[in-house]
Design a protein around this ligand. Structure first.
Ligand SMILES: N[C@@H](CCC(=O)N[C@@H](CS)C(=O)NCC(=O)O)C(=O)O
Length: 336
Protein backbone atom coordinates (compact mmCIF):
# COMPACT_ATOMS: atom_id res chain seq x y z
CA UNK A 1 0.00 0.00 0.00
CA UNK A 2 2.69 2.49 1.04
CA UNK A 3 4.67 1.49 -2.02
CA UNK A 4 1.66 2.15 -4.24
CA UNK A 5 1.15 5.63 -2.75
CA UNK A 6 4.83 6.49 -3.16
CA UNK A 7 4.77 5.20 -6.74
CA UNK A 8 1.66 7.26 -7.45
CA UNK A 9 3.27 10.38 -5.97
CA UNK A 10 6.39 9.85 -8.09
CA UNK A 11 4.25 9.30 -11.19
CA UNK A 12 2.29 12.51 -10.55
CA UNK A 13 5.54 14.40 -10.02
CA UNK A 14 6.91 13.05 -13.28
CA UNK A 15 3.73 14.03 -15.09
CA UNK A 16 4.35 17.55 -13.90
CA UNK A 17 1.27 17.62 -11.67
CA UNK A 18 1.33 21.14 -10.27
CA UNK A 19 2.15 21.45 -6.62
CA UNK A 20 -1.04 22.33 -4.75
CA UNK A 21 0.64 24.85 -2.50
CA UNK A 22 2.20 26.69 -5.42
CA UNK A 23 -1.18 27.47 -6.97
CA UNK A 24 -2.81 28.67 -3.78
CA UNK A 25 -2.82 32.40 -4.55
CA UNK A 26 -4.54 32.25 -7.95
CA UNK A 27 -7.14 29.80 -6.63
CA UNK A 28 -7.83 31.82 -3.49
CA UNK A 29 -8.12 35.03 -5.51
CA UNK A 30 -10.43 33.38 -8.06
CA UNK A 31 -12.61 32.11 -5.21
CA UNK A 32 -13.01 35.47 -3.48
CA UNK A 33 -13.52 37.18 -6.84
CA UNK A 34 -11.03 40.05 -6.64
CA UNK A 35 -7.34 40.83 -6.20
CA UNK A 36 -6.15 42.75 -3.15
CA UNK A 37 -3.41 45.08 -4.29
CA UNK A 38 -1.10 47.06 -1.98
CA UNK A 39 -0.51 50.57 -3.33
CA UNK A 40 0.80 53.98 -2.33
CA UNK A 41 -1.33 56.06 0.03
CA UNK A 42 -1.39 58.89 -2.51
CA UNK A 43 1.40 59.55 -4.98
CA UNK A 44 0.20 61.36 -8.10
CA UNK A 45 0.89 59.41 -11.30
CA UNK A 46 1.56 56.15 -9.45
CA UNK A 47 -1.38 55.61 -7.14
CA UNK A 48 -3.89 58.17 -5.99
CA UNK A 49 -7.68 58.35 -5.70
CA UNK A 50 -9.22 60.95 -8.06
CA UNK A 51 -12.03 63.35 -7.11
CA UNK A 52 -14.56 60.50 -7.48
CA UNK A 53 -12.54 58.19 -5.24
CA UNK A 54 -11.38 56.13 -8.23
CA UNK A 55 -7.76 54.97 -7.87
CA UNK A 56 -5.47 56.12 -10.69
CA UNK A 57 -1.80 55.70 -11.62
CA UNK A 58 0.66 53.39 -13.33
CA UNK A 59 0.88 51.14 -10.25
CA UNK A 60 -2.93 50.97 -10.17
CA UNK A 61 -2.99 50.04 -13.87
CA UNK A 62 -0.71 47.07 -13.20
CA UNK A 63 -3.18 45.72 -10.61
CA UNK A 64 -6.07 46.28 -13.00
CA UNK A 65 -4.11 44.49 -15.75
CA UNK A 66 -3.76 41.37 -13.61
CA UNK A 67 -7.50 41.50 -12.86
CA UNK A 68 -8.22 41.82 -16.60
CA UNK A 69 -5.97 38.81 -17.30
CA UNK A 70 -7.45 36.67 -14.54
CA UNK A 71 -11.13 37.67 -14.51
CA UNK A 72 -11.52 39.34 -17.94
CA UNK A 73 -12.60 42.29 -15.79
CA UNK A 74 -10.14 45.02 -14.80
CA UNK A 75 -12.51 46.21 -12.04
CA UNK A 76 -12.07 43.10 -9.92
CA UNK A 77 -9.39 44.57 -7.73
CA UNK A 78 -9.39 46.33 -4.36
CA UNK A 79 -6.68 48.59 -3.09
CA UNK A 80 -4.91 48.72 0.27
CA UNK A 81 -3.02 52.00 0.77
CA UNK A 82 0.35 51.32 2.41
CA UNK A 83 3.14 53.60 3.57
CA UNK A 84 6.78 52.63 3.12
CA UNK A 85 7.03 50.95 6.54
CA UNK A 86 3.88 48.87 6.15
CA UNK A 87 4.29 47.61 2.60
CA UNK A 88 6.47 44.50 2.98
CA UNK A 89 4.66 43.14 6.04
CA UNK A 90 1.35 43.51 4.20
CA UNK A 91 2.67 41.36 1.36
CA UNK A 92 4.40 38.79 3.61
CA UNK A 93 1.35 38.37 5.85
CA UNK A 94 -1.04 37.77 2.95
CA UNK A 95 -3.00 40.98 3.48
CA UNK A 96 -2.31 41.78 -0.19
CA UNK A 97 -1.49 39.48 -3.12
CA UNK A 98 0.47 42.08 -5.08
CA UNK A 99 2.57 45.00 -3.90
CA UNK A 100 2.42 47.62 -6.65
CA UNK A 101 3.76 50.70 -4.95
CA UNK A 102 6.81 52.62 -6.29
CA UNK A 103 9.07 50.07 -4.64
CA UNK A 104 12.74 49.84 -5.56
CA UNK A 105 14.07 46.39 -6.44
CA UNK A 106 17.13 45.77 -4.25
CA UNK A 107 18.95 42.62 -3.17
CA UNK A 108 18.05 43.11 0.50
CA UNK A 109 14.35 43.15 -0.35
CA UNK A 110 14.45 40.45 -3.02
CA UNK A 111 16.67 37.99 -1.14
CA UNK A 112 15.97 39.06 2.44
CA UNK A 113 12.22 39.62 2.69
CA UNK A 114 10.74 36.54 1.03
CA UNK A 115 9.39 38.45 -1.96
CA UNK A 116 9.95 38.40 -5.71
CA UNK A 117 9.98 41.44 -7.96
CA UNK A 118 8.20 40.67 -11.23
CA UNK A 119 9.95 43.33 -13.30
CA UNK A 120 10.33 47.09 -13.54
CA UNK A 121 7.48 49.44 -14.44
CA UNK A 122 9.42 52.67 -13.90
CA UNK A 123 13.18 53.30 -13.98
CA UNK A 124 13.87 56.00 -11.44
CA UNK A 125 16.68 57.51 -9.38
CA UNK A 126 16.87 59.57 -6.19
CA UNK A 127 17.05 63.34 -6.25
CA UNK A 128 16.84 66.44 -4.06
CA UNK A 129 14.30 69.25 -4.12
CA UNK A 130 14.95 72.65 -2.54
CA UNK A 131 13.13 75.96 -2.32
CA UNK A 132 14.30 78.20 -5.15
CA UNK A 133 14.83 81.11 -2.78
CA UNK A 134 17.71 79.22 -1.13
CA UNK A 135 19.56 79.73 -4.40
CA UNK A 136 21.17 76.28 -4.32
CA UNK A 137 22.26 75.01 -7.72
CA UNK A 138 23.92 71.70 -6.96
CA UNK A 139 23.78 69.00 -4.27
CA UNK A 140 27.40 69.69 -3.35
CA UNK A 141 26.15 72.95 -1.76
CA UNK A 142 23.99 71.02 0.72
CA UNK A 143 26.57 70.71 3.52
CA UNK A 144 24.80 71.22 6.85
CA UNK A 145 21.29 71.13 5.33
CA UNK A 146 18.18 69.84 7.09
CA UNK A 147 16.75 67.02 4.96
CA UNK A 148 13.20 65.65 5.08
CA UNK A 149 12.94 61.93 4.28
CA UNK A 150 10.58 59.01 4.94
CA UNK A 151 11.71 56.00 6.98
CA UNK A 152 11.81 52.48 5.55
CA UNK A 153 12.82 53.78 2.14
CA UNK A 154 15.94 53.39 0.05
CA UNK A 155 15.90 57.22 0.03
CA UNK A 156 16.87 57.27 3.73
CA UNK A 157 19.81 54.89 3.15
CA UNK A 158 21.11 56.57 -0.02
CA UNK A 159 20.94 59.97 1.65
CA UNK A 160 23.33 58.84 4.39
CA UNK A 161 25.68 57.20 1.85
CA UNK A 162 25.76 60.26 -0.37
CA UNK A 163 26.60 62.73 2.37
CA UNK A 164 29.21 60.42 3.85
CA UNK A 165 30.88 59.91 0.47
CA UNK A 166 30.96 63.66 -0.10
CA UNK A 167 32.20 64.25 3.48
CA UNK A 168 29.26 66.56 4.10
CA UNK A 169 26.98 66.81 7.14
CA UNK A 170 23.17 66.88 7.21
CA UNK A 171 20.37 66.89 9.77
CA UNK A 172 17.75 64.25 8.93
CA UNK A 173 14.08 64.99 9.63
CA UNK A 174 12.53 61.53 9.40
CA UNK A 175 8.73 61.54 9.14
CA UNK A 176 6.68 58.42 8.44
CA UNK A 177 3.55 59.83 6.78
CA UNK A 178 3.82 61.30 3.28
CA UNK A 179 1.32 64.03 4.08
CA UNK A 180 3.30 65.09 7.14
CA UNK A 181 6.72 64.96 5.51
CA UNK A 182 5.40 67.14 2.67
CA UNK A 183 3.81 69.54 5.14
CA UNK A 184 7.18 69.82 6.89
CA UNK A 185 9.04 70.51 3.65
CA UNK A 186 6.52 72.99 2.19
CA UNK A 187 6.31 74.81 5.54
CA UNK A 188 10.09 75.29 5.37
CA UNK A 189 10.88 73.03 8.33
CA UNK A 190 13.58 71.38 6.21
CA UNK A 191 15.76 72.82 3.46
CA UNK A 192 15.57 69.72 1.30
CA UNK A 193 13.11 66.93 0.48
CA UNK A 194 14.67 63.78 -0.93
CA UNK A 195 13.02 60.81 -2.64
CA UNK A 196 12.77 59.28 -6.14
CA UNK A 197 12.78 62.00 -8.81
CA UNK A 198 9.30 60.92 -9.94
CA UNK A 199 8.13 61.44 -6.34
CA UNK A 200 9.68 64.91 -6.27
CA UNK A 201 7.95 65.86 -9.52
CA UNK A 202 4.62 64.47 -8.29
CA UNK A 203 4.92 66.22 -4.90
CA UNK A 204 5.82 69.52 -6.53
CA UNK A 205 3.01 69.25 -9.10
CA UNK A 206 0.35 68.37 -6.56
CA UNK A 207 1.43 70.39 -3.53
CA UNK A 208 3.47 73.49 -4.39
CA UNK A 209 1.52 76.75 -4.55
CA UNK A 210 3.74 77.63 -7.51
CA UNK A 211 5.89 74.82 -8.82
CA UNK A 212 8.50 77.35 -10.01
CA UNK A 213 9.26 78.04 -6.33
CA UNK A 214 10.95 74.64 -6.00
CA UNK A 215 13.85 73.22 -7.95
CA UNK A 216 14.94 69.64 -8.39
CA UNK A 217 18.75 69.60 -8.29
CA UNK A 218 20.58 68.01 -11.23
CA UNK A 219 22.21 65.16 -9.26
CA UNK A 220 20.56 61.74 -9.44
CA UNK A 221 22.31 59.85 -6.65
CA UNK A 222 21.02 56.27 -7.07
CA UNK A 223 19.29 53.72 -9.26
CA UNK A 224 15.68 53.14 -8.20
CA UNK A 225 14.17 50.42 -10.40
CA UNK A 226 10.52 50.53 -9.29
CA UNK A 227 8.43 47.43 -9.79
CA UNK A 228 5.62 45.23 -8.51
CA UNK A 229 6.36 42.30 -6.20
CA UNK A 230 4.68 39.09 -5.00
CA UNK A 231 5.36 36.65 -2.16
CA UNK A 232 7.83 33.81 -2.45
CA UNK A 233 6.46 30.31 -2.94
CA UNK A 234 3.89 30.67 -5.69
CA UNK A 235 5.49 30.50 -9.11
CA UNK A 236 2.17 30.47 -11.00
CA UNK A 237 1.08 33.72 -9.41
CA UNK A 238 4.54 35.18 -10.00
CA UNK A 239 4.22 34.25 -13.71
CA UNK A 240 0.76 35.75 -14.03
CA UNK A 241 1.73 39.13 -12.56
CA UNK A 242 5.04 39.16 -14.45
CA UNK A 243 3.42 38.46 -17.83
CA UNK A 244 0.66 40.98 -17.22
CA UNK A 245 3.36 43.64 -16.94
CA UNK A 246 5.27 42.27 -19.94
CA UNK A 247 2.10 42.19 -22.06
CA UNK A 248 1.57 45.92 -21.46
CA UNK A 249 5.13 46.72 -22.55
CA UNK A 250 5.07 44.31 -25.51
CA UNK A 251 1.75 45.75 -26.70
CA UNK A 252 3.28 49.20 -26.95
CA UNK A 253 6.14 47.79 -28.99
CA UNK A 254 3.65 46.02 -31.28
CA UNK A 255 1.59 49.19 -31.68
CA UNK A 256 -1.45 47.59 -29.99
CA UNK A 257 -3.58 50.02 -28.02
CA UNK A 258 -6.94 49.96 -26.24
CA UNK A 259 -8.37 51.79 -29.23
CA UNK A 260 -7.01 49.64 -32.05
CA UNK A 261 -6.74 46.14 -30.56
CA UNK A 262 -10.14 45.03 -31.87
CA UNK A 263 -9.16 46.00 -35.40
CA UNK A 264 -5.50 45.02 -35.22
CA UNK A 265 -6.34 41.77 -33.43
CA UNK A 266 -7.92 40.54 -36.68
CA UNK A 267 -4.70 41.12 -38.64
CA UNK A 268 -2.87 38.21 -40.23
CA UNK A 269 0.35 39.17 -38.45
CA UNK A 270 1.27 36.00 -36.49
CA UNK A 271 2.79 38.02 -33.64
CA UNK A 272 -0.48 39.93 -33.19
CA UNK A 273 -2.53 36.74 -33.53
CA UNK A 274 -0.56 35.15 -30.70
CA UNK A 275 -0.94 38.28 -28.61
CA UNK A 276 -4.70 38.36 -29.10
CA UNK A 277 -4.97 34.65 -28.25
CA UNK A 278 -6.18 33.61 -31.72
CA UNK A 279 -3.23 31.19 -31.87
CA UNK A 280 -0.83 29.83 -29.28
CA UNK A 281 -1.34 28.28 -25.88
CA UNK A 282 -0.12 31.01 -23.56
CA UNK A 283 -3.39 31.42 -21.68
CA UNK A 284 -3.48 27.69 -20.93
CA UNK A 285 0.16 27.81 -19.79
CA UNK A 286 -0.71 30.57 -17.34
CA UNK A 287 -3.89 28.76 -16.32
CA UNK A 288 -6.17 31.58 -17.56
CA UNK A 289 -8.29 32.55 -20.56
CA UNK A 290 -6.56 32.66 -23.94
CA UNK A 291 -7.73 36.27 -24.42
CA UNK A 292 -5.87 37.40 -21.28
CA UNK A 293 -3.45 39.78 -23.07
CA UNK A 294 -6.23 41.14 -25.30
CA UNK A 295 -8.30 41.84 -22.18
CA UNK A 296 -5.42 43.74 -20.56
CA UNK A 297 -4.91 46.00 -23.55
CA UNK A 298 -8.61 46.47 -24.31
CA UNK A 299 -9.49 47.35 -20.72
CA UNK A 300 -6.33 48.99 -19.34
CA UNK A 301 -4.17 49.89 -22.35
CA UNK A 302 -0.51 49.38 -23.14
CA UNK A 303 2.39 50.73 -21.07
CA UNK A 304 2.73 53.90 -23.16
CA UNK A 305 -0.99 54.65 -22.79
CA UNK A 306 -0.74 54.20 -19.04
CA UNK A 307 2.29 56.52 -18.91
CA UNK A 308 0.56 59.17 -21.05
CA UNK A 309 -2.60 59.03 -18.97
CA UNK A 310 -0.95 59.12 -15.55
CA UNK A 311 2.54 60.57 -15.62
CA UNK A 312 2.77 62.82 -18.68
CA UNK A 313 0.13 65.29 -17.33
CA UNK A 314 2.37 65.90 -14.28
CA UNK A 315 5.25 66.84 -16.56
CA UNK A 316 7.16 63.59 -16.00
CA UNK A 317 9.27 63.06 -19.13
CA UNK A 318 9.25 59.58 -20.67
CA UNK A 319 13.09 59.67 -20.60
CA UNK A 320 14.74 56.31 -19.90
CA UNK A 321 11.28 54.76 -19.60
CA UNK A 322 10.94 54.85 -23.39
CA UNK A 323 10.93 51.49 -25.14
CA UNK A 324 14.33 49.91 -25.80
CA UNK A 325 13.96 50.46 -29.57
CA UNK A 326 13.27 54.16 -28.99
CA UNK A 327 16.33 54.86 -26.88
CA UNK A 328 14.97 53.79 -23.49
CA UNK A 329 15.27 50.84 -21.11
CA UNK A 330 11.76 49.34 -21.34
CA UNK A 331 12.29 45.86 -22.72
CA UNK A 332 9.92 42.96 -22.12
CA UNK A 333 10.53 39.32 -23.09
CA UNK A 334 8.35 38.28 -26.02
CA UNK A 335 5.02 36.45 -26.06
CA UNK A 336 6.15 33.49 -28.04
N1 LIG B 1 11.46 53.81 -4.12
C1 LIG B 1 11.81 54.02 -2.74
C2 LIG B 1 10.97 55.10 -2.08
C3 LIG B 1 9.51 54.75 -2.05
C4 LIG B 1 8.67 55.64 -1.14
O1 LIG B 1 8.04 55.13 -0.21
N2 LIG B 1 8.64 56.96 -1.44
C5 LIG B 1 7.85 57.86 -0.62
C6 LIG B 1 8.12 59.30 -1.04
S1 LIG B 1 7.50 59.72 -2.65
C7 LIG B 1 6.39 57.51 -0.77
O2 LIG B 1 5.97 56.95 -1.76
N3 LIG B 1 5.59 57.82 0.24
C8 LIG B 1 4.18 57.59 0.24
C9 LIG B 1 3.68 57.06 1.54
O3 LIG B 1 4.47 56.79 2.45
O4 LIG B 1 2.47 56.88 1.65
C10 LIG B 1 11.70 52.73 -1.96
O5 LIG B 1 11.24 51.74 -2.52
O6 LIG B 1 12.10 52.69 -0.79
Amino acid sequence: MVKTIVALAVLLALMGEPNVHAQATGRAVAKKGFIQCGVNTGLAGFSQPDSKGEWRGIDIDLCRAVAAALFADARKVRFTPLNAQQRFTALQSGEVEILSRNTSWTIARDAGLGINFVGINYYDGQGFMVAKKLNIKTATQLNGATVCVQPGTTSELNLADYFRAKKMKFKPVVIEKLEEVLNAYFAGRCDVFTTDVSGLIAARASRAADHLDHVILPEVISKEPLGPAVRHGDDQWFDLVKWSLFAMIDAEELGLTSRNIDQEGKSANPVVQRFAGATGEFGRMLGIDKRWAYNIIKQVGNYGESFERNLAPLGVPRGINKLWNQGGLMYAPPLR
